[in-house]
Design a protein. Structure first.
Length: 121
């Protein structure tokens, strides 16, 4: 569920599988676009995303992923100094490092609709 995240050149499905030492970025927002298609099909609420909005959203998500990666690296360093445990999986079990990519995108779409910047057609 959610967008595929790219680590280096590898695609993974969930944030908990991310390697904190390789670049984190989203490949695209295809899952969000699929959700919006189903929303229109089942509820008759059409949300049309412009290419600019899509690009801006991918950039915003990638910035958040980069910030999350920095937080994960900092947490790992802190855990190593305190407990000697460098397991990112353990950090992710106890810490909310980053919001799921799909949720970030959905929140941005809702924000744009409620502020009138993104029109329902």
């Amino acid at each position: 569920m959610g967008e595929d995240v790219i680590v280096g050149k590898s695609k993974i499905g969930i944030v908990s599988g991310l390697d904190a030492d390789k670049q984190w970025r989203v490949k695209d927002i295809s899952q969000l676009k699929t959700f919006l298609k189903y929303l229109q099909a089942y509820s008759k609420i059409p949300v049309k995303l412009t290419k600019k909005f899509e690009g801006d959203l991918e950039g915003k998500i990638n910035a958040e992923l980069k910030n999350g990666q920095s937080r994960a690296q900092d947490l790992r360093k802190n855990m190593q100094s305190v407990e000697g445990d460098d397991s990112l999986a353990e950090i992710q079990k106890t810490s909310s490092i980053i919001e799921p990519v799909f949720i970030q995108g959905l929140k941005q779409v809702i924000n744009e609709i409620t502020s009138g910047k993104l029109k329902l057609k």
